[in-house]
Design a protein around this ligand. Structure first.
Ligand code: ADP
Ligand code: MG
Length: 355
């Protein structure tokens, strides 16, 4: 985990607020020019981590090194780091152009006027706001304001940009568009993004790598497909919102649950025992169908339409709710009768056990 001139490194960063340990010995190395998503439940320390990197909070212990420079004790504005937050405050009385230009014009050593003009004009174009330069920020949409906030940060040319749920306030359509745009903008500028998102879909779709935080610790830091296919522990599987996670005990070739001994494919070593099967790897059969390795009797509860997929909810005898995902591209939409009995099956090789 050595820090170098081309990366951002956290070494054993701990931050406490009274009795609460918000960050518990976090060590991480982000490469230059990568998109890192930061995922974790509310209260897991995501904002604290960004604030420690930005310098708004001083860690109780540990070091932060940004592109070869130890910034642990440096003031925020001297770190060369940009931030975009959900509740960004633009200057309401200034135009789009002047909001974007503000940081440059008010820098310790501002660039020459024509240099400012060139950079602001380029940046306004890059974020898709060309033509709106003279509008007041009260005369543009929420999505456009979010772009102004982004442009205002990017124009100062930080090599590391911290984003704390910047898309949280946008409606679903716009959010989707902004996701693509953020990725493209980042690729064009070649900077590093550390992006906190409360949405696992967003984290997996946007990140080159994903950091999963749990109780102030890094539970996993890996590429999205690795996290999705091999979550490091049951909590990570739960946060992904893609796995049915069952309690039980690992006993050799099977995992003992209230539904009997279930066979599995992959084992992930973990101090926390659980059995996981993805929502999209489950077949729904007639209750009388012959069980093949796994066959859990359930009753159908309800469904939820998600646009590209439908989630079906089934309840087992012990009250556990199973989620089954059906992609709308996968043929005709099944119909289940409320409170009718079915059987859930899956291939053992699709199941993971932790233990
Ligand atoms: P997240 O962004 O993942 O929701 P935070 O980093 O905001 O999590 O918070 C992590 C933990 O630290 C939580 O338990 C939170 O209540 C606590 N915390 C954060 N900021 C403060 C603060 N300024 N004073 C006291 N406790 C705080
Ligand atoms: Mg937060």
């Amino acid at each position: 985990m050595a820090e170098t001139i081309s990366n951002i490194s956290l070494a054993g960063v701990t931050k406490r607020y009274g009795d609460v340990t918000a960050l518990d010995g976090v060590s991480l190395v982000l490469e230059g020019n990568e998109y890192v998503s930061l995922l974790g439940p509310s209260g897991s320390g995501k904002t604290s981590l960004l604030r420690a990197i930005a310098g708004f909070e001083k860690p109780d212990s540990g070091r932060v090194t940004v592109f070869g420079r130890d910034v642990t004790h440096l003031a925020p504005h001297k770190r060369g780091i940009g931030f975009v937050f959900q509740n960004f405050a633009l200057f309401p009385h200034l135009t789009v152009y002047d909001n974007v230009a503000f940081g440059l014009a008010n820098a310790d050593t501002p660039p020459a006027a024509d240099e400012i003009r060139r950079r602001v004009t380029d940046m306004v174009r890059l974020v898709g706001l060309a033509g709106l330069e003279d509008r007041g920020v009260g005369q543009i949409s929420g999505g456009q304001r979010q772009r102004v906030a982004l442009a205002r940060t990017l124009v100062t040319e930080p090599r590391l940009i911290l984003l704390d749920e910047p898309l949280g306030a946008l409606d679903a359509n716009l959010r989707m568009r902004m996701r693509d745009e953020l990725r493209h903008i980042r690729e064009r500028l070649g900077v590093t993004f550390l992006h906190v998102t409360g949405s696992e879909t967003e984290a997996l779709a946007m990140g080159d790598r994903v950091v999963v935080l749990d109780h102030g610790r890094v539970a996993q830091f890996a590429a999205p497909d690795v996290i999705l296919n091999s979550p490091a522990n049951p909590n990570v599987a739960r946060f992904l919102n893609r796995y049915n996670v069952m309690a039980g005990a690992l006993r050799g070739e099977a995992f003992t649950t209230t539904y009997g001994d279930l066979p599995y494919g992959k084992r992930v070593e973990s101090s926390d025992a659980a059995y996981g099967i993805r929502y999209d790897r489950i077949s729904v059969l007639d209750e009388a169908a012959p069980a093949k390795g796994v066959g859990i009797p359930v009753t159908f509860v309800t469904s939820e339409y998600l646009g590209s997929a439908v989630m079906f909810f089934f309840e087992a005898a012990d009250g556990h709710l199973f989620e089954v995902e059906h992609h709308l591209g996968k043929g005709r939409m099944p119909e289940y009768r409320p409170r009718a009995r079915y059987q859930l099956q899956w291939r053992p090789e699709d199941a993971i056990v932790f233990g």
